[in-house]
Structures are given as C-alpha cells and as structure tokens.
Design a protein around this ligand. Structure first.
Ligand code: C5P
Ligand code: C5P
Ligand code: C5P
Ligand code: ZN
Length: 486
C-alpha cells in the first residue's frame, strides 16, 4: 500500500494536475472586491466551505457564506439576484454549469467552481474539477479536496519558505470531507487524495494508521463498536449485543475501567492487536469470506490536534457529526465546529448528532421491516414522509446488505420533499461501477425525462422529480441501468 511518505507531491503542490486551474481560480478570487461563497449541506460541503473560507480569510479576501440543499435553477437565480460579482461554488456547481453559465453570459456574476461532481454540458473559465483532468471525482478527490487545492493556490506568494505559514493545516478538514463522501471505502484514501494526506501528515495535523476499520473507534463502548459494525457481518457478533459482550469477555484483555466499558481508543497497541487477531480468527472460523476478513483492518485517519475520545478525533465520526448539523438546516453549527468553535457550537452539534443517530437507526429499521421492491435491474423503496429527504440517501446506503436488500443491484430511494416534489437518492457499489453502472447519468436522464433534474457520481447520485412521476421515473431508470449493465 502506498504511504504518504512513499508518495510525495513532486513539485510541492498536492495535486499537480490541478495546479493551473487552481491558480487561475485563485487569481480571479484575489481580483474580487468580495466573494459570495456557496456550498452544499453535507459533511463534504461543510468542510469544503470551511477550507475555502479559511483560504479566503487568510488571503485577505472579504466573503460571505451561503449553504444550499440543492443548487437548482431557482437557487442559482436567487444567487444571481444578490449584488455579488464573484461567486465561489464548492462541492456543487459543476452539475449545474449549464444554468450557471447562462447567468454568467447575462453578465450577472463570474462563477468560480471547485467541485467534484459530473459536469453538465457547458464550460466556464474558472473551473476546478478533478474529472476535467482524468481524476475520478467519486473516489480520488472530494469537494473539500478541490477546495483544499484552491486554498493552497491562495497562499501568499513566497510561502514556500518554511517560516511563512501555509494552508497545509487545512488538509485535516479536506480528509474529513473525502471520508464523509466515503472515498475511503476501498480500505483507505487513494489517488489525488494521497497528496492531501501527505500534506496533512507533513503539517502535523493528520496521522495515518493501520487499524481496525470499524465505525466508532473514538466514542463507542467496545461492545457497541462490534455490535453495530454491521459492515463486518461476523456471525454471533455483528448485530448481536450478547454475542459481542461474550466475545470480548472471553479475551485476555481488561474490557472495563471503573465499571464502564472501555472504548477502542482506551486500549493499548498490544491490547488492540490482541482483539484484532481474535476477531479475525473468529471471522475465519465462522466462514466469513477472505475479502471481508481483510477489510476488517485498513488505513484510518486521526486528527492529531483533536482530543482523543471525541467525535472530532476520528475523520469518520467527525463527518457524521457534520451531517447531523447540515442535513437538519444547521450548517452554521457545523461550519463553526470546522472553524474551531469547541464550546457552544460543539455542544449544539452533539445534541443534533443524537437526533441524527436516532433518525438513521429508525429509518434503517423502517426500510428493513417494509422491505424493498424489485424491478428487473434495480431495487427501490418509497419512504414518503417516514424518512427525511436529506438523509434518505444515507439510509439507503446503510440498508444495502441488510436482510432482503441485495448488494447485487443498485438501490433507489424516494422521500417526500414538499407538496410538489419528490427526492430520489441512488446508491451502487464499486463492483457495479466496474461493470458499467453510472448512477449520475441514470439520475440525470431519468429525472429529465419526467420533468425533474439530477446528477452526482457514478456510485452515488440523486434527483428531484415532480410528484406523481415515480412510476415513469422508475421505468426509465430501470431501462437505463439495464442498458449500462447489459
Ligand atoms: O454530494 P456529495 O458528493 O457530497 O455526496 C456523495 C454521496 O455519495 C455521500 O452521501 C456518500 O455517502 C455517497 N457515496 C456512497 N458510496 C461511495 C461513495 C460515495 O454511498 N462509494
Ligand atoms: O452519516 P455518514 O454518512 O457520515 O455515515 C457514514 C457511515 O458511517 C454510514 O454509512 C454508516 O455505515 C456509519 N455510521 C454508523 N452509525 C452512525 C452513523 C454512521 O455506523 N450512527
Ligand atoms: O442526496 P444524496 O445523498 O442522495 O446525493 C447523492 C449525490 O447526488 C450527491 O453527490 C449529490 O450532490 C448528488 N445529487 C445531485 N442532484 C440532485 C440530488 C443529488 O447531483 N438533484
Ligand atoms: Zn462531495
């Protein structure tokens, strides 16, 4: 496996292929009197905004920040109606470039776009997107990664000299964004992301470790860590509270301290290795396939400046904390946490996280109870008002592999948006993408066929469609998936 040290950026820039685009965008931003910064409401969108905001602030460029759930034509029009001449879009913008370019031609504003979604069929001068340089936007660079590349280009000239502070500390947030978009799903971050990890490690804000690859190493008590790790699917441990406790109690490791269960972070290196070996032995003995046994251990990322045992220390838990704010109309809270507020904003974010966790767990329960419907090439469920449209995609992703939900075909989820519109979220897998699946194209084309709009990535995408068009949309989506995989 390539480590950060083995893969230094040759010219000191984290993603050399994007350097020219980043410098052009940075020059345009420096020329602006002030900038409207617009970003998306999820973990990657929030970290994108925080990285871009820090870059602008440090470069002395005045700005204001605005978050949006979906950058549709109406939203772009309301941005155009503000009196900002320069608008910086992060973690969205590429997919709506046709709409944005129309406003640009009308002289309403100059767009600067730092994004990683599939671009619409239009172009603009200041466009920083990995896909334009042959870098995969779904697995190699996130919105926060694109914003980070821009922030490096915004550094004051001459900051190559080590006495001048640079923006490499922002690599920590960029990695939170990448993991929030699940770009580490093949056991660690790959491609362009590795240049960002290398920057973060060199700046001392990030540590890369080979460790147990389960969600909740910082905050979950050990039995919960194992019980909830449904991705591991170890018989008698995953989804089995008593089984997880029995397994841990049978090991020669002190599992409690002062009567309370310890967490993964509380264990010494030696204790961790003992638990991992026992877990692997148990998985192998229970017939878990080799590939899944291997995925129990992977590259993990720790934010070196955050306190151990908190949600902020682990990039994955940090990203969930951010989703818990932004997807509930409190992006301001998540942004404040990203920018360093460890008091009121962090308390508020933790309260929102409890609510988010409950919603995810209830949503997942609902889907597995109700089951999914099957078409020829895809499976789907309609949550109506039972699951918030802003988290129905997360629930759909978590449901894959649960009882009755196949890993072999894409999942499409519907939730009510308002009286007129329905939200659609679609999730695939790396395997299906390698077979030809491109959900971004499916969501865009099937939604446009029924008067909606959509886009995203090959492996995860979404759309908005008019109410009453679900059946027609599904027919078209099923047909398109069949064509791609056929
Ligand atoms: O808008 P954005 O790009 O930030 O969202 C990407 C979405 O795709 C996230 O919800 C992420 O969880 C999902 N995803 C996924 N599986 C992957 C990669 C991304 O479900 N392998
Ligand atoms: O919320 P977010 O999209 O960041 O979650 C990423 C992944 O972390 C989920 O797909 C899920 O597997 C895991 N997760 C979890 N328990 C939570 C929240 C997230 O296991 N409470
Ligand atoms: O909302 P959800 O998590 O399902 O979004 C999955 C991906 O699809 C995200 O990258 C999101 O930005 C994108 N998307 C889009 N257009 C939509 C809805 C979602 O590009 N109308
Ligand atoms: Zn993103």
């Amino acid at each position: 496996m390539a480590t950060a040290d083995a893969n230094p950026a040759p010219d000191g820039f984290p993603v050399p292929a994007l350097r020219d685009r980043a410098e052009a965008c940075a020059a345009r931003l420096r020329a602006a009197d002030r900038v409207l910064l617009c970003s998306h409401i999820d973990a990657d969108g929030l970290t994108s905004a925080a990285v871009a905001a820090s870059g602008l602030e440090r470069a002395g460029i005045p700005f204001e920040t605005l978050f949006s759930k979906q950058l549709d034509a109406e939203e772009v029009a309301s941005i155009a109606a503000t009196d900002y001449d320069t608008v910086l879009f992060t973690d969205f913008g590429s997919g709506q470039l046709d709409v944005i370019a129309d406003h640009e031609s009308a002289g309403e504003f100059t767009p600067v776009v730092a994004d990683h979604h599939q671009p619409a069929d239009a172009s603009t001068e200041y466009h920083l997107n990995p896909l334009l340089e042959g870098i995969d936007g779904a697995s190699e660079l996130s919105g926060a990664g694109a914003a980070y590349v821009l922030a490096r280009a915004l550094e004051p000239v001459g900051s190559d000299d080590s006495a001048t502070p640079d923006n490499r500390d922002l690599a920590a947030l960029a990695v939170v964004g990448a993991v929030g978009d699940m770009q580490d799903s093949e056991g660690g971050l790959r491609g362009a992301n590795e240049g960002i990890v290398a920057d973060g490690v060199a700046a001392g804000v990030l540590a890369e470790e080979t460790d147990l690859a389960l969600y909740g190493r910082q905050t979950r008590p050990l039995p919960k860590l194992l019980e909830y790790a449904s991705e591991a699917r170890i018989p008698g441990i995953s989804n089995d509270e008593a089984g997880a406790i029995e397994f841990l109690s049978g090991l020669d490791v002190e599992m409690k301290a002062d009567g309370d269960w310890r967490r993964w972070v509380d264990l010494t290196g030696e204790e961790r290795r003992a638990v991992v070996s026992a877990l692997i032995r148990r998985a192998v003995a229970s017939g878990v396939p080799a590939e899944r046994v291997d995925s129990l251990v992977g590259t993990t990322y720790v934010l070196a400046d955050e306190e151990p045992g908190t949600e902020l220390r682990d990039v994955s838990e940090f990203s969930t904390l951010l989703n818990a704010t932004a997807r509930y109309e409190r992006a301001d809270v998540g942004l404040a946490v990203c920018l360093g507020d460890r008091d009121a904003a962090l308390d508020r974010a933790r309260a929102l996280l409890r609510n988010h966790r409950r919603n995810l767990s209830e949503g997942l329960q609902w889907v597995t109870n109700e089951g999914v419907e099957r078409e020829e090439h895809l499976q789907w469920f309609d949550a109506g008002t039972r699951i918030r449209e802003t988290i129905v995609g997360i629930v759909a992703g978590m449901a894959v592999g649960a009882d009755g939900v196949s890993r072999g075909r894409p999942i499409v989820a519907f939730a009510e948006k308002d009286d007129e519109e329905v939200k659609v979220s679609a999730r695939g897998s790396g395997h299906l993408v390698r077979e030809g699946l491109d959900l971004s194209a499916v969501m865009r084309e099937a939604s446009r066929a029924v008067g909606g709009d959509g886009g995203g990535h090959d492996v995860a995408a979404g759309a908005t469609i008019p109410r009453g068009e679900r059946a027609a949309f599904l027919d078209e989506a099923d047909r398109l998936v069949g064509e791609q995989l056929g």
